[in-house]
Design a protein around this ligand. Structure first.
Ligand SMILES: [Zn+2]
Length: 141
C-alpha cells in the first residue's frame, strides 16, 4: 500500500523531531512543563538533551521541571524567508534559563523593536494540536 502524503501546507507549523532523547521534553510541554535534562549521576543539567552526560559521561539521565523563567541572551528578528505557520516578523531568542542552560525559543507578544538583551521572560505553552504543544516566551512582569 502506498502511503498518501498531504502536500506541505504553508499554514502548518514545522513539527519538531521527537526521538528517544527528546521525547521527555515534548511529553513535558504537553502538560505545560518545561523540562530540562539532568544527569542522575552528577546532577548536571544540560540542553539540548542527549544520551550521555558531557560532564561525567554517565548515561543515567532524568529531568527537572524548569521554573520557566529566563532572560534574553541574544536574539534575531526573522523577517525573511517565510516560515510555515508563522506571520513574520518573529523574534527568535537565545534564552538563559534560571536553571543555567541556554535554549532557543520564540518570543511572542513583544514588538520586534522592544525586545532587548537581558529582558526577563517566562515560558508559556502554545497548544498546536493534540500531539504538539510548543513552548513560547513572553515578557515577564
Ligand atoms: Zn553527569
Amino acid at each position: 500500500m502506498v502511503e498518501q502524503r498531504a502536500p506541505a501546507s504553508v499554514s502548518k507549523p514545522v513539527r519538531p523531531m521527537v526521538n528517544r532523547d527528546s521525547a521527555f521534553f515534548w511529553d513535558g510541554t504537553a502538560v505545560n512543563e518545561l523540562r530540562v535534562q539532568v544527569c542522575n549521576a552528577c546532577e548536571a543539567v544540560r540542553f539540548p538533551p542527549g544520551p550521555a552526560c558531557p560532564d561525567c559521561g554517565a548515561f543515567d539521565r532524568g529531568h527537572v521541571v524548569a521554573t520557566g523563567r529566563g532572560t534574553v541572551f541574544s536574539y534575531v528578528v526573522h523577517r525573511h524567508p517565510p516560515v510555515p505557520g508563522k506571520e513574520l516578523p518573529i523574534v527568535i531568542a537565545l534564552i538563559d534559563l534560571d536553571e543555567g542552560v541556554r535554549m532557543v525559543g520564540e518570543v511572542v507578544d513583544v514588538a520586534d523593536d522592544e525586545v532587548e538583551i537581558g529582558m526577563p521572560l517566562r515560558v508559556s505553552f502554545n497548544r498546536v494540536d493534540d500531539e504538539l504543544t510548543l513552548p513560547v516566551w513572553r515578557r515577564a512582569e
